[in-house]
Design a protein around this ligand. Structure first.
Ligand code: ADP
Length: 186
């Protein structure tokens, strides 16, 4: 299974991806996590990424793809994976499709978690208190939502056009949402 998990910031993608890892035995690959690790290392690339992340903008495709390719080269990805936070714009969709085609592979499921916007902002500000993520302040969150609407929302349409998209309602308890996901994935 090669799953693309879509949904706005705060939709619970990361949390549900972790549950799916347990159930299906394939790794979660979060480009946000890969970027935060690069920022922590303090590399030149990390510094560039940090600027965009702190502003709630997308990091350049070049940086993101460099990190993703490195991760996908690891052997635990052979049976599949859950992509969390990627692709995030249409150009990343095309790149992923081409990369997979070259390996004779394809995305098998695209799942979009749908949520109520007010609830999402509440969740993120709550998470900010616990995790202290630099980009979880109200101004950056608002910009991340706008970037999502402008650049990432079309990604769902891309997979819908390929007949791969399922929308899953992301509100309710974690267990309820997880059950809806496993109903889709089998
Ligand atoms: P969230 O889902 O809450 O927005 P993420 O951890 O997925 O959180 O992403 C945090 C930040 O990392 C984004 O705002 C963006 O700056 C950057 N980022 C993550 N994934 C990508 C990507 N695929 N392309 C560009 N930037 C990305």
């Amino acid at each position: 299974m090669r799953i693309v998990l879509l949904g706005p910031p705060g939709s619970g993608k990361g949390t549900q991806a972790k549950n799916l890892v347990e159930r299906y035995g394939i790794p979660q690959i979060s480009t946000g996590d890969l970027l935060r690790a690069a920022v922590k290392e303090g590399t030149e690339l990390g510094l560039q990424a940090k600027k965009a992340m702190d502003a709630g903008e997308l990091v350049t495709d070049e940086i993101v793809l460099g990190l993703l390719n490195e991760r996908l080269a690891q052997p635990d990805t052979e049976k599949g994976y859950i992509l969390d936070g990627f692709p995030r714009n249409l150009s990343q969709c095309d790149t992923l499709t081409a990369m997979l085609e070259e390996a004779g592979q394809a995305v098998t499921h695209a799942i979009k978690l749908t949520v109520d916007e007010d609830e999402v902002v509440r969740r993120i500000l709550e998470r900010a208190k616990i995790e202290g993520r630099a980009d979880d302040n109200e101004e950056t969150v608002r910009n991340r939502m706008k970037v999502y609407a402008d650049q990432t929302a079309p990604v769902a349409g891309y997979y819908e056009g390929k007949g791969l998209l399922t929308e899953v309602y992301g509100m309710g308890t974690l267990d309820e949402v997880f059950e809806r996901l496993t109903n889709v994935l089998g």
